[in-house]
Design a protein around this ligand. Structure first.
Ligand code: H76
Length: 484
């Protein structure tokens, strides 16, 4: 190799080395420019959004989902038959025509609905935002939309349910996010695919109708902080990537700071969530639904913002009468998923499917209360926390905020000794419980500490140890690798 070539090669190797050191903080690395294809409707931005509104979204970490619509009335049962699938999909499972389905509107009268009580329940649970189904696939609107007659205004209840919720949640200091299903089973112009000219003409009308509804939502409820789109997976939408980009732009003009999920978007080639060059579209990835990234294999998710959502039964979002038809997670299992998401730099949204009378089922009230009790004591390891950059251990999960690394222990070992492997040059100075008790921590090997989970460690529920750490200050010169 010629010396100049060697130097070039050497620089190249160094550059790769540096790039991988910084990788955990770095943005998704773009393809080399010559390999990128030009896109009109691709990502609007590379890397995480860093403005105040986005930071707030990220710092919140824990949210609740509310799935409420006409489907709550039949609760999974149609004409005497119980359907075990998701209750909010019953119209589809039982093949109910729209006019017949919309007869349910005559029964929509949630007399026990109390927006203030809902907001108190959310605050007590410790959620910082609530995502509300303004309109699910069925097409029934919780607000009095002027663009369709399928709204709460034309039910015995009459009042603007969404408006009441927004007001009550905001009064408790809780942000409101709007779930919106683009797919609308009851709109005559909705199409799954565009096969004929007529399809395209009808679907254009449908997109205009959707624009109108979205503008209506954004202007009637100007404190909305986020739009979470759903029902955007069909070919008709994939062929209208330009429209999805337009919707995002329109909402951002109408509502300064608003955040939008990746699920809305399709690019010029119908590629969704991530564009054809691999860049995230929208502000945060929203594909983790009822599942989570692997804490070891999927660390790539720490490079972008993301939000997961989950059901409490296996797959019921709307109210279903019979929860015995599938496994129902315990509050501690729900909690573990919350911590799991935060440990990988994501948010978690826990779903509630209120009853048709406006109350919550007892299981959901109990769940909210137990999560709330735990969050009240331990929320420090959740709110404002992020991926800690530490090697996952069997006892649980790490989260990090500044110089605090939190160990959230779900599996206490018999030895009560918790192994902590630190990256090179990270030093642990001290350990404490969240109520300030000192915890014994011993340096055990190079880049490895042992934390003693003493008598304070509960065996009944997950507990938290806070490590005070310092970056760039460890001296590991006294350790020697084994000669073998
Ligand atoms: C499929 C599907 C929908 N996406 C979830 C968030 C629920 O709304 C479910 O019905």
């Amino acid at each position: 190799m010629k010396p100049t070539l060697f130097i070039r090669f050497y620089c190249f190797v160094c550059a790769i080395g540096l790039a991988s050191i910084f990788q955990s903080q770095a943005q998704p690395r773009p393809l080399p420019a010559e390999q990128e294809i030009p896109l009109q409707y691709g990502a609007d931005r590379l890397g995480k959004r860093q403005d105040a509104a986005m930071q707030q979204f990220r710092n919140h970490r824990l949210g609740a989902f509310i799935h409420w619509g006409l489907y709550a009335i039949p609760g999974g049962e149609w004409k005497g038959k119980m359907y075990p699938g998701a209750a909010e999909w019953l119209k589809s499972w039982a093949n109910v025509p729209s006019d017949e389905w919309m007869q349910l509107m005559q029964q929509w009268n949630p007399t026990r609905f109390d927006a203030k009580a809902w907001a108190r329940m959310a605050r007590q649970m410790g959620v910082k935002y609530v995502k509300i189904t303004t309109k699910h696939h069925e097409g029934f609107c919780l607000w009095p939309s002027q663009y369709t007659s399928y709204t709460v205004a034309n039910t015995p209840y009459q009042k603007d349910l969404l408006g009441e919720m927004v007001k009550a949640y905001n009064a408790e200091g809780i942000d409101v996010h709007f779930y919106f299903s683009v797919m609308d089973w009851s709109h005559p112009d909705w199409r799954y695919d565009l096969k004929t000219r007529e399809d395209s003409v009808a679907f254009r009308r449908f997109l205009d109708f959707t624009d109108n509804q979205l503008r209506e939502l954004a202007t009637r409820y100007s404190t909305v902080k986020d739009f979470w789109f759903d029902g955007t997976w069909d070919s008709s939408i994939k062929k209208n990537g330009g429209w999805t980009a337009h919707v995002e732009r329109m909402l951002k003009e109408l509502v300064p700071g608003v955040t939008i999920n990746s699920r809305l978007r399709a690019d010029d080639y119908g590629k969704r969530h991530f564009d054809s060059n691999g860049h995230l579209m929208g502000d945060y990835e929203s594909g983790y639904e009822r599942k989570l990234p692997d804490p070891v294999k999927d660390l790539k998710v720490t490079r972008w913002d993301w939000e997961a959502c989950m059901t409490v039964p296996e797959n019921q979002w709307g109210y279903h009468k019979d929860w015995s038809l599938s496994y129902v997670k315990t509050p501690m299992e729900v909690l573990e998923r919350i911590v799991h998401a935060v440990s990988m730099g994501g948010n978690m949204v826990v779903n509630f499917g209120p009853q048709p009378d406006g109350d919550f089922r007892p299981e959901e009230k109990e769940l909210a209360a137990s999560i709330g009790r735990w969050m009240k004591q331990n929320g420090e390891c959740i709110y404002g926390c992020d991926y800690a950059g530490m090697e996952k251990q069997d006892w649980g999960y790490y989260t990090r905020k500044g110089n605090n690394i939190y160990m959230v222990v779900f599996n206490l070992p018999f030895s009560r000794r918790l192994k902590v492997k630190v990256p090179r040059k990270l030093r642990i100075d001290a350990a404490r419980t969240l109520d300030g008790k000192k915890v014994e921590v011993t340096e055990a090997a190079r880049d490895e500490y042992i934390v003693l989970a003493d008598r304070f460690a509960s065996e009944k529920e997950p507990f938290v140890i806070c490590l005070s750490v310092e970056d760039g200050s460890a001296d590991s010169s006294r350790y020697r690798d084994a000669l073998t």
